[in-house]
Design a protein around this ligand. Structure first.
Ligand code: KIV
Length: 258
């Protein structure tokens, strides 16, 4: 079965949790797809995890197209969603159409994700969905606004919580097929999840979301500094270090090739 946006909606109704991980290349996409992840997100966090930038802001559309196409080649079952990089959709609706159109046409992914939920972003979502481009929203901690928000938990004051709740409503009304809720209080995520008919995908937002997403480098223990809500299921950094050290040793002592 190939995962579709309609299937995600059914899973929400059936209370079947939705599983999402990020991917940035063919090899990881192939493994994660075969394991059975529902969504592979070509997140702009790849600017940091794969390209070594300090934030997601420097990522270009060209670089994103390159990574998204590689991920799509590795995914047979999962729905592949690609982040629109910073300043490739906020200038105007025309710019958003051009960018999202290029992403779908040139990479083959099935959907795009963009950050924010104010009226202007909601209007952009309406325009994209009207022309047939599925859009995933992303509210709470939005890393493209790091210089304004930092990496702190959002929605702690009643005013902030109300704003985020309203953004979720705006996005649903605008036609998103799902919304990422990042680093907000569990109770707020639970309230949004029970009000919306589209699925919520949480990251640092508690277990009552309809699905969960993690950055794959955090899951694998590749990132030296992890966010507080991440969980490393393996320490791949240590394992790679050990393998490379053994190789150096073998070559230096002429044990390899044997
Ligand atoms: O870019 C990314 O990896 C993301 C996830 C944190 C949801 O947007």
């Amino acid at each position: 079965m190939v995962v579709t946006t309609a299937q995600l909606l059914k899973w929400k109704q059936q209370q079947r949790p939705i599983t999402v991980l990020t991917a940035w290349d063919y090899a990881f996409a192939q493994i994660l797809d075969e394991v059975g992840l529902d969504i592979l997100l070509v997140g702009d966090s790849l600017a940091m995890t794969a390209l070594g930038h300090e934030t997601t802001l420097p990522l270009s559309l060209e670089a994103m197209l390159h990574h998204a196409a590689a991920v799509k080649r590795g995914a047979k079952r999962a729905l592949v969603v690609c982040d629109l990089p910073f300043l490739t959709y906020q200038e105007s609706e025309q710019q958003a159409i051009q960018t999202a159109g290029r992403v779908l046409k040139e990479t083959g992914v099935q959907a795009v994700k963009l950050e924010g939920g104010n009226r202007a972003i909601a209007q952009t979502v309406t325009t994209l969905t009207r022309i047939g481009i599925p859009v995933m929203g992303h509210i709470g901690l939005t890393p493209q606004s790091v210089h304004r928000l930092g990496y702190r938990q959002q929605g702690k004051t009643p005013e902030e919580a109300e704003r985020i709740y309203q953004e979720a409503m705006n996005l649903e009304e605008a036609g998103v097929f799902a919304i990422v809720l990042e680093h907000i209080p569990n109770e707020l995520a639970a309230k949004i999840t029970s009000t919306l008919s589209v699925p919520t995908i949480g990251i640092g937002a508690g277990k009552q979301c309809d699905g969960q997403v993690l950055v794959t480098s955090d899951l694998l223990g590749l990132t030296p500094k992890q966010p507080p809500f991440a969980k490393a299921y393996i320490n791949l950094r240590e394992m790679i270090t050990e393998a490379a050290e053994n190789y150096i040793d073998d070559v230096k002592h002429q044990h390899f090739p044997s």
